[in-house]
Design a binder for this molecule. Sequence first.
Ligand SMILES: [Zn+2]
Length: 327
Amino acid sequence: MFPETRLRRLRQRRLQPLLRETELRATDLVAPLFIDETICGEYPIGSMPGQSRIPPNGIASVARRLYDAGIRAVILFGIPGKKDFHASSAFDPEGVIQNAVRSIREAVPGMVIMTDVCACEYTDHGHCGIIIEERDGPDLDNDSSLALMAKIAVSHAEAGADIVAPSCMLDGQVIAIRAALDESGFEKTPILSYSTKFASALYGPFREAADSGYSYGDRTTYQMDPANAREAFRESELDAEEGADILMVKPAGLYLDILKEIRSLGLPVAGYQVSGEYAMIKAAAEKGWINEKQVVLESLTCIKRAGADLIITYFAEDACRWLHEKR
Ligand SMILES: [Zn+2]
């Protein structure tokens, strides 16, 4: 008790670095990249200042720049030249992602390449898999979509992806993909499952970025209700049992309680700081209302403190630079 106990004793400026519990590192960060087959030059994303869609022939130099900045991992999203009902360009061996994986592998051999495995950027209706007519209207069909995800994941692994990351929140997505990878000789390719993904209003800017807005309905029949914590844990627990190697909570910033709980499952956990989190910080900073660098580093440190081993963030490159400046 005071006056014997004085927590400020350890808060002297000189002692602070020695006692810091959480240290954000450049190697914690994963940079998302949007590769767009329909463009020839970089296309700035209006709602995500500083982020652009990259044409296929520009991806190698962007990956090189990120690597030189200290980034060691990227996650790829593709915008194909052609969309259809069955997302057939998603598993094309010469598809936008498959080609991008090969380009990055060749240009920057040391970069860890993760690929987002989903169909929403490849379907003409914008939903994450195969749509069927249900009593309440069209809905995502779970089991036929699983076969599609397995095909996409195998095609990414064949192109050379280091980690595949299914994001569609289908029941059984991990076990289906694991079986398909193993059958095709990719038993060493890890699965980073978007195991607990909420139907968040913070994905708005991403839909512009990835051209993945849906033409009807919403995603609440497969993504989770933000109000549900027990179900959130169960989603990740099941993915762990199905063989996921890394779990994920998406979005990260508003869901730190979930991150902390899911960490108790013992697997590495990723936090995805999503497009809306990025856009909010950017917009407030542009208005001069907050200090961008300080808020970004605080937000990322707190995601790590809550339990994330890796953080997917659109601030990856800037954060790397700022972390480097701090030294
Ligand atoms: Zn999707």
